[in-house]
Design a protein around this ligand. Structure first.
Ligand code: NDP
Ligand code: GDR
Length: 341
């Protein structure tokens, strides 16, 4: 049985990828960072928490990564671990650089020192494009990141390319555009909106405070995107790929879709809050997935409306079960920290 190691297995993508790979017959190991509260709710939601093997370790700690590889003996490693929230990267820029940037180097070194034949996937991001220089972004579009997160990810991206070129390692970078799901962290805008829609509909919240609702994003479904990660590691040669839908939508329009689904008008509830603006914004992202389409045979299958409806339905179910508490079952209480992004 082939083994894989997934860092960030407790995150949105980690849970979907673990589910996909278990279905393909892999033995799945996940790196588990020590936290004061349980972070397994996504794996439990997908019913796979008992099927994955968790190994304690941290992206900032090289020896724990070497140990994880020695235990898992993986054929493939998917590096999904990161401080992944753009807003927090201005509050914790150095931690973001350590985990999201240097953490990639730690893992590549761990592979080089143990088994350089392991195939490696790096979770790169459209945030590396940042200040947009081409209307539609592809693998050849120049990078100009606009946040400490984007800068840290760019380091992770180039060090992955460099290890491929220096040591002939099979190392791929997936430049993924935004992807969402009912398992999305509540600090991200789509989930913040669908959670609020559910609460407002059920009489548990009255308003929704948002920042820049004119920002545009190319949003897809996380369940579709993890398939592209796996496909990249099954190719003859390691390469980098943009993974996107090829459509872009404003946050405002995303709100309209979510509120209308439950018979409400977003204009009646959404409040504009300048405190939620970022020090530097990525105004628009729109990816060209042609290379992934032709070389991997991959395409985004879930239209945005269907995705948003899926998320609102999941949040309605969750909020109904919650009683009067604001805390999502098994989840961090983000209600206290949302205002500070
Ligand atoms: P999440 O924020 O949901 O998950 C991040 C994961 O990283 C969590 O499992 C978290 O663990 C783990 N982690 C954080 N810090 C450390 C650390 N120091 N050591 C070990 N593990 C750590 O992110 P997503 O699932 O949405 O994204 C997966 C990856 O893809 C990330 O690298 C992200 O930056 C990147 N990406 C995401 C996109 C998206 O739209 N979702 C688009 C492009 C790239 P814990 O649960 O314990 O906090
Ligand atoms: P992003 O996602 O920064 O693109 O990073 P996020 O959902 O946080 O923001 C998207 C856009 O919405 C605007 N916005 C708000 N965002 C949040 N979170 N909360 C608000 O209240 C709000 N109001 C407006 C933002 O300004 C932004 O323009 C995500 C993460 O998953 C990264 O890890 C990943 O690399 C990129 O997607 C691709």
């Amino acid at each position: 049985m082939r083994s894989v190691l997934i860092t960030g297995i407790t995150g949105q993508d980690g849970a979907y990828l673990a589910h996909l790979l278990l279905g393909k017959g892999y033995k799945v190991y996940g790196l588990l960072a020590r936290r004061s509260t349980c972070t397994l709710w996504r794996l439990e939601y997908l019913g796979i928490s008992k099927q994955v093997e968790l190994i304690e370790g941290d992206m900032a700690d090289l020896s724990s990564l070497i140990r994880a590889i020695q235990i898992a003996k993986p054929a493939e490693i998917y590096n999904l671990a990161a401080q992944s929230f753009v807003g927090t990267s201005w509050d914790q820029p150095i931690l973001t650089a350590h985990v999201t940037g240097l953490g990639v180097l730690n893992l590549l070194e761990a592979i080089r020192l143990t088994d350089p034949g392991i195939r490696f996937y790096q979770a790169s991001t459209s945030e590396m494009f940042g200040y947009i220089q081409e209307a539609v972004q592809s693998e050849t579009t120049p990078f100009h990141p606009r946040s400490p997160y984007g800068v840290a990810k760019l380091y992770g991206h180039w060090i992955t390319v460099n290890y491929r070129e220096s040591f002939e390692m099979f190392a791929c970078s997936g430049i993924l555009f935004n992807h969402e799901s009912p398992l999305r962290g509540i600090e991200f805008v789509t989930r913040k909106v669908t959670d609020a829609v559910a609460r407002i509909k059920l009489g548990k919240q009255t308003k929704l405070h948002l920042g820049n609702i004119d920002a545009k994003r190319d949003w897809g479904f996380a369940g579709d995107y993890v398939e592209a990660m796996w496909l990249m590691l099954q190719q003859q040669e390691a390469d980098d790929y943009v993974v996107a839908t090829g459509y872009t939508t404003t946050v405002r329009e995303m709100c309209r879709i979510a509120f209308e689904y439950v018979g409400l008008h977003y204009e009646d509830y959404v409040m504009h809050d300048p405190k939620l603006y970022r020090p530097a914004e990525v105004d628009i992202l729109l990816g060209n997935p042609e290379k992934a389409n032709t070389k991997l045979g991959w395409e985004a299958r879930t239209p945005l409306e269907q995705l948003i409806h899926m998320m609102v339905d999941a949040d309605l179910n969750r909020v109904k079960k919650e009683g009067s508490s604001l805390v999502l079952v098994g989840e961090k209480d983000w209600s206290k920290s949302l205002a500070s992004f």
